[in-house]
Write a protein that binds this ligand. Structure first.
Ligand code: PLP
Ligand code: LYS
Length: 437
């Protein structure tokens, strides 16, 4: 079915040395230290544009999912290029506002919105709240009444399709903490049909993340047609179909549907409804637009195992520890006699590589970025690139083991913006006042 998503899009090896756009990554590591997140502006914009074009028939509003990477420089870049936003907290709403994003192009999702967050969304004037339970809708009505503002809402409906992704990131089935099943959603819509405090303008279906098949999307979109008809029959002015996010990307060169294939899966059904489309993509915009750079601290052999102990850890990139997810890894400067990495990172095919666990300094056996990975022999001080780290990397980073979080750079051609400075030890203790009182 699909074409290969270029894994090294805007990250290229030239003379066996890694570049981000036109900048040698090793120079960035020297200047800004490691571990270090590096993002390519061109790669981010290319994906946004591909989404806007592939779905253009449905006048799409791309609401970038802030949780994937919430750096203000990235949000600003996306806002400047016509993106809206999907937020799940008051904190994300604040980020969008500071970055110059438009509230009227922002959707507010999340299973546990507090009254304060609902009030903030209403005051800001968000496009709609994605409502995930009956009690939440009651709360929205209460807050809307107290503020005398009519709240625009979309019910988050679980179409009960199997997205065939990791169980931790699968959401669209009937028994999910997220959203409501079809039956309950229709009952709720019936109950609120005369309400003046809300205006039900859409439906929302987010079925999971890192989805690598178009079938769950076509099934969900097909189910939405009948639901939208029934809601309109009740008198709800449904104008929007929000298909959520979830488009999978290639972490290992294996094919994943292209953006136009995802579009082809939903367009025929949504065309029938006459709705405008909202989507909430995160990973597909930033995932392959970012890498994490680390430096080898020690190499060691223990029993039969080789370890490469480097300075990026689970607190910097938790995906391998949390989901056992795969990230391509290769030296920033490839040692003599070795090639640049193959697209599929099947590095065990390369002569002279040795299997090793790439681990960090954190005191957990689960602190690894890769296990039994074939890499060239490396020495203390050498740099590694961990690929496809632009989504759910820095946003899931923590200070575990009192480790300051990495700096983030945004590269544009041969220009660099420090999108976030490296944290300091003082930052780590800044919130803890009066330790002796
Ligand atoms: C409601 C909602 N929208 C959008 C997203 C973004 O998903 P992805 O990064 O897979 O596109 C998520 C995360 O799964 C989500 O929960
Ligand atoms: N954090 C996850 C995805 C969760 C999506 C958020 N709903 C990941 O890294 O793949």
């Amino acid at each position: 079915m699909a074409g290969i998503v270029p894994l090294l899009n805007h990250f290229t090896y030239r003379n066996n040395e890694l570049y981000c756009e036109d900048i040698p990554v090793a120079n960035l590591a020297e200047k800004y230290g490691t571990p270090l997140y590096v993002y390519s502006q061109a790669a981010i914009l290319k994906q946004l544009q591909a989404l806007q074009e592939a779905f253009s028939e449905l006048k799409p509003l791309v609401c970038y999912s802030v949780k994937a990477n919430s750096n203000l420089s990235i949000l600003r870049l996306l806002a400047e290029h016509g993106s809206g936003f999907d937020v799940v907290s008051g904190g994300e709403l604040k980020r969008v506002s500071v970055a110059g994003g438009q509230a009227r192009q922002t959707v507010f999702a999340g299973v546990g919105k507090t009254d304060e967050e609902i009030a903030a969304g209403l005051t800001a004037g968000v496009l709609m709240f994605n409502v995930e339970s009956e009690e939440e809708l009651d709360a929205i009505v209460r807050v809307a009444q107290s503020k005398k503002i009519q709240a625009p809402v979309a019910l988050r409906i679980n179409p009960d399709v199997d997205p065939k992704t990791h169980r931790y990131i699968s959401t669209g089935h009937k028994e999910s903490k997220f959203g409501m099943d079809i039956q309950r959603s229709l009952l709720l819509a019936e109950k609120f049909k005369g309400s003046e405090s809300i205006k039900m303008i859409g439906i929302h279906m987010h079925i999971g993340s890192q989805i690598t098949s178009t079938t769950p999307y076509s099934s969900a979109a097909a189910k939405s047609v009948d639901i939208i008809t029934r809601l309109r029959e009740m008198g709800h002015p449904i104008d929007w179909f929000n298909m959520g996010g979830g488009f999978g990307i290639s972490y290992d060169g294996k094919t994943s549907p292209s953006i136009s294939e995802f579009a082809a899966a939903v367009i025929p059904s949504i065309r029938k409804t006459g709705c405008r489309l909202v989507m909430e993509p995160g990973r597909v915009i930033v995932g392959n637009a970012g890498i994490l750079i680390s430096r080898v601290i020690y190499t060691k052999v223990s029993g039969e195992k080789r370890f490469l102990i480097q300075d990026a850890a689970m607190n910097d990139l938790i995906r391998p520890s949390l989901y056992e997810s795969f990230h391509g890894i290769w030296p920033v400067k490839v040692p003599a006699g070795f090639p640049s990495p193959p697209d599929d990172f099947e590095t065990s095919r390369i002569n002279g590589t040795k299997l090793c666990d790439v681990v960090g300094p954190v005191c957990e056996s689960g602190d690894f970025l890769a296990q039994d990975r074939a890499l060239p022999p490396l020495n203390r001080g050498e740099l590694l690139a961990i690929f496809s780290a632009g989504a759910y990397g820095m946003t899931m980073a923590s200070n575990y083991n009192s480790r300051p979080r990495p700096a983030e750079l945004l590269v544009n051609g041969s220009g660099v913006v420090v999108a976030r400075r490296r944290e300091t030890f003082d930052d780590l203790i800044a919130e803890e006042l009066n330790p002796l009182s």
